[in-house]
Design a protein around this ligand. Structure first.
Ligand code: F6P
Length: 546
């Protein structure tokens, strides 16, 4: 571990003990400028972290930690194509995929931008031809439905973005199959017409068992209805493993590549975004990339004190390491961001859920927290009880648009906004025992009953929340929001001292599943497996009459 970071964190811990506000209500009452001091803006995005228990001294301590961990130096290394993913010896260049300035970015001495632009252009031509009907299915019918088959980063980004951009969706309907559970593909294909369906197989490695199994099922579905020779007209592929795509029998003209320097969870900007592009069109996909690029430039150039991703990262680190909060809730008050929390779970937890530092030494501090969430206002009627009164404070990250896309339903947008702002205020203010008692007495309750009930109606307050406010959820705004979170995860990873770009933790389960399949199939016995696994396999076999 980096000694300078250790020291800066130790100092921050002491500072926080002395200088972090103990009562957020008092902090706001004492300082009318608190919002101005602890919020930052970029374009129409406001990041408000004033309801977190920070002070000037705490922020200075956090900046010192970021400097000790060389967040800015490591950021520059990422942007310049250095191989910062050291366990896989790879550069980390999702920023190149949306490098709208076209500034050369070299990997192994070669500028990657010409290839990036060529793939984007090929995707654009294909997407527009599908949308216009110039490219049809084997029988000459226009494509009305696309089915993306992928999992993890080859699914979560495109699903999330397609849902988020519904008001811009004027292309074929988009469906997504990820789970190896046959129910997923069966339910998705039910009601679709093979003659008007285009299947996109999206897999960075083109070996992922879920994706390849579903791809073969879809292939049988097309071939069964239209004949083997129709398959080529109903499939497209996105992968870095072009040789494997060829083996599957895909048309090279419908194969879109990307590169090992694009992590799966950072790949929605690459050809993995093809279903989004077919849904909303090349121009809006371009605006999505523009938004991400704007945040990249901001992250790359803005001073720490004004840098939204760095600030969000520092607050996240503060909550995890100094305040010891084990999870954070991401609550979009924006129904179209309903899959954003799921998307962030992979982005955040696959990146920062690590147990060793960059040198392989066991971490002696925390790495990333559990990230979870659901849209508001739904969450209010489910788990917000625990957020308000549970024994473990959970920092909340709200996101909300000032304007919706439905002017005729603007009164609902106002209601949504009021709920979002009210929740963050309630988390911060809380309600004391005395206030609870007085409220009950004012309602006419007797003194004894009021004393009995009041403790149940106490809210401790001082529950931290961050609010990200933007004008409207456009493609550009969505691009910005995702990039903001990507760089927040990056910032935190540098302070944790970990490699955010590998994911060895997903391997063990995959290996064991491969070993267990012949056992479940009854081709091998359970010898060598623990008694729980063996016992469960025996019950499964009995239930299946085997
Ligand atoms: O589950 C691990 C993982 O490798 C993710 O990182 C990745 O996004 C997902 O599987 C899918 O991988 P692929 O795109 O290679 O099919």
């Amino acid at each position: 571990m980096n000694e300078a970071t250790d020291k800066a964190i130790a100092k921050l811990r002491t500072t926080a003990g002395d200088a972090a506000p103990k009562s957020m209500r008092d902090a706001f009452a004492d300082d009318p400028q608190r919002f101005d001091r602890f919020s930052a803006r970029f374009e129409d995005v406001t990041l408000d972290y004033s309801k977190c228990a920070v002070s000037d001294a705490v922020m200075d301590g956090l900046y010192a930690v970021a400097r000790a961990a060389d967040v800015e130096g490591r950021r520059d290394a990422m942007f310049s194509g250095e191989k910062i993913n050291t366990t896989e010896d790879r550069a980390v260049l999702h920023v190149a995929l949306r490098n709208r300035s076209n500034r050369p970015i070299d990997v192994d001495g070669e500028d990657v931008m010409p290839e990036v632009n060529a793939v984007l252009d090929a995707m654009g031509q294909f997407a527009e031809a599908v949308r216009s009907g110039e490219i049809t299915g084997a029988t000459g019918k226009k494509i009305t439905d696309i089915v993306n088959i992928g999992i993890g980063g080859s699914d979560l980004g495109p699903v999330m973005a397609t849902i988020a951009l519904k008001p811009y969706h004027d292309g074929p309907r988009a469906h997504f199959v990820s789970n190896v559970d046959g129910a997923h593909i069966a339910d998705t294909l039910e009601g679709l017409d093979p003659a008007t369906t285009l299947v996109i197989v999206a897999s960075k490695t083109f070996t992922t068992v879920e994706t390849m199994t579903n791809a073969h099922t879809a292939r049988r579905w097309i071939a069964g209805a239209l004949g083997e020779e129709a398959v080529i007209d109903h499939f497209a592929a996105v992968s870095t493993a072009l040789d494997k795509v060829r083996e599957f029998g895909m048309d090279e003209k419908r194969t879109f590549g990307f590169w090992d320097w694009v992590g799966g969870r950072y790949s929605v900007w690459s050809a993995i975004g093809l279903p989004v592009m077919i849904a909303v069109g090349r121009d809006d996909f371009g605006r999505f990339l523009d938004g991400a690029h704007a945040i990249d430039e901001h992250f790359r150039t803005a001073p720490m004190e004004e840098n939204l991703p760095i600030l969000l990262g520092l607050v996240g680190f503060y909550h995890r390491e100094i305040c010891d909060y084990g999870s954070r809730a991401v609550i979009p008050y924006d129904q179209r961001l309903s899959r954003f929390p799921a998307y962030l779970q992979q982005l955040d937890m696959e990146s920062n859920g690590k147990g060793v530092d960059r040198d392989g030494e066991t971490l002696d501090r925390h790495s990333g927290p559990v990230t979870w969430g659901e849209p508001g206002t739904n969450g209010q009627h489910a788990f917000f009880q625990l957020l308000h009164q549970g024994t473990d404070p959970v920092p909340v990250e709200f996101m909300v648009a000032a304007r919706g896309h439905e002017p005729e339903l603007d009164h609902q947008q106002r209601l949504l906004l009021a709920n979002c702002l009210a929740q963050s205020e309630a988390f911060m203010r809380g309600r004391s025992l005395d206030e609870a008692r007085r409220q009950l007495l004012d309602k006419g309750m007797g003194e004894d009953e009021a004393n009995r009930i009041a403790p149940h109606r106490v809210f401790t307050g001082n529950r931290p929340s961050v609010t990200i406010l933007y004008e409207e959820l456009t493609p550009y705004a969505l691009g910005r929001l995702i990039a903001l979170y990507e760089h927040r995860v990056f910032t935190e990873a540098q302070i944790f001292g970990i490699n955010a770009f590998d994911q060895w933790g997903v391997e063990l389960g995959k290996e064991l599943a491969t070993g267990l399949l012949p056992v479940v199939e009854g081709k091998e016995d359970t010898q060598g497996h623990d008694s729980s696994t063996a016992g469960l396999v025996a019950i499964v076999r009995r239930m299946r009459g085997e």
